[in-house]
Write a protein that binds this ligand. Structure first.
Ligand code: AMP
Ligand code: GLY
Length: 423
């Protein structure tokens, strides 16, 4: 079959790499893709927001399956547009994508179905929000309700900061995404990324991962989309996985079905695992980035078959197999990230890095400029390695990074530290 993958990041390179190995695939297109993705797919200049354009492309190129990588096209209703045309797709409807697109929606669902999460309140107006936040225990968490490219969350240590965050939201710091504000309790524990394929009714857990969100070593500095990840996540023991499935994922899937908006796609639960067991921090309605890069390195089954089973609603009869090996990815970002990244700097040594045993170099934000590969985004490369242990995968990833000559970028030298200190 011909498949169209929507997206251009490291997540999509990893998905494209895995899909390209499927026996079910004839031809893979990726829109818009990047310089790395073009090695495994034909990159096409399609705008995912132009639903008619995507549909026309599918018709013209006999594309019978569309895999939607990022959240924006999902929240924008691309899945609904494809559904209306009878084009099979992986990714939830606009209504179901509210699980990521509206934090308030998700919190209400948790409240209605008894799903463990931080205590919260929703506000549409400044005055009551200011009053409420001023009497909460510190730290307190303030979130723009809508999609804010990972920037809409403030963990306020003082009332001054808390009130400033509430005011910034309502003043339009996140545009329409901040027209509603969620104020919630601060959770303590260790974070993990949990993934499950969901076909509307049945959910199938994938392996878990952990990422490093802060830009600096020792998990310090500004929040980012993620500076590295590894899998397995030692904190997600079989008992934690059981609790996550029974207390969080399955009630969510049942709740969404009951509300007439069944969820189909991959449900990505951001978890806080503390003394009271796992709690939901937030949902994403897509694969994680950079978590997917490590998941794909560990996946033994045919990814395309798994995505099709999800879309076809036959997960009940499906299973996914994994290598017992660990995987770890280190993000190389352009100088300036997560602020304004420097674009256009040349990257050398990619082939040498990719030749290191167990290593795949996934591109997250690159562009081809003649014979040169240049940086074209904030997160630019994901140097990803498999190994018998997280320690071995880490060694290989950094060995590969040593072969890359890119003065225009930087990376963290401590990805995986939490897993390694556990022994
Ligand atoms: P998000 O952009 O929603 O992924 O949130 C960014 C980060 O903020 C999360 O990964 C957590 O580290 C942190 N965070 C969000 N909500 C809470 C909470 N209620 N308690 C503690 N940390 C939180
Ligand atoms: N790495 C976190 C995310 O994909 O949102």
């Amino acid at each position: 079959m011909n498949v169209l993958l929507i997206g251009s990041g490291g997540r999509e390179h990893a998905l494209a790499w895995a899909i390209s190995g499927s026996g079910l695939l004839d031809k893979l297109y990726c829109a818009p893709g990047n310089a790395g993705i073009s090695a495994v797919a034909e990159c096409v200049a399609l705008d995912a927001a132009d639903h008619a354009g995507v549909i026309a492309f599918c018709r013209a190129n006999a594309v019978s399956f569309v895999v939607i990588g990022p959240e924006a096209p999902l929240v924008g209703g691309l899945a609904d547009a494809l559904e209306a045309e009878g084009i099979k797709h992986f990714g939830p409807s606009r209504a179901a994508a509210q699980l990521e697109g509206s934090k308030g929606f998700t919190k209400d669902l948790c409240a209605d179905f008894g799903i463990p999460t931080a205590a919260y309140a929703r506000f549409k107006e400044l005055a009551p929000a200011r009053e409420y936040v001023a009497v909460q225990p510190l730290p307190v968490v303030i979130k723009a309700d809508g999609l804010a490219a990972g920037k809409g969350v403030t963990i306020a240590e003082t009332y001054e900061d808390a009130i400033a965050a509430v005011e910034a939201c309502f003043a339009g710091a996140f545009g329409q995404a901040g027209a509603e504000v969620v104020i919630e309790e601060f959770l303590t524990g260790e974070e993990a990324s949990f993934f499950a394929l969901v076909d509307g009714t049945t959910s199938l857990p994938l392996v878990a991962a952990q990422d490093h969100k802060r830009v600096g070593e020792g998990d310090t500095g500004a929040n980012t989309g993620g500076m590295g990840a590894y899998s397995p996540a030692p904190i997600v023991t079989p008992e934690v996985e059981r609790l996550v499935m029974t207390e969080i994922i399955r009630p969510t899937v049942a709740g969404m079905k009951q509300r007439g908006m069944p969820f189909k796609g991959v449900l990505f639960a951001g978890l806080m695992i503390g003394p009271e067991g796992p709690k939901l921090i937030e949902y994403n309605v897509r694969f994680g980035d950079p978590e997917t890069q490590v998941l794909m390195m560990r996946l033994k089954s045919d990814l395309l078959a798994a995505l099709l089973a999800t879309a076809d609603g036959v997960l009940k009869d499906f299973d996914v197999r994994w290598y017992s090996d660990a995987a770890l990815t280190v993000v190389m970002a352009a100088n300036g990230y997560p602020g304004t990244p420097q674009k256009g700097t040349e990257i050398l040594g990619l082939d040498e890095a990719g030749a290191v045993e167990g290593v795949e170099v996934f591109h997250a934000g690159t562009r081809r400029d003649g014979d040169r590969i240049v940086a074209d985004g904030g997160r630019v490369l994901n140097i990803t390695a498999r190994g018998k242990t997280v320690a071995e995968a880490q060694l290989r990833a950094y060995e590969a990074i040593a072969k890359i000559n890119w003065p225009g970028g930087f990376f963290r030298r401590d990805i995986g530290w939490r897993a390694l200190t556990r022994g």
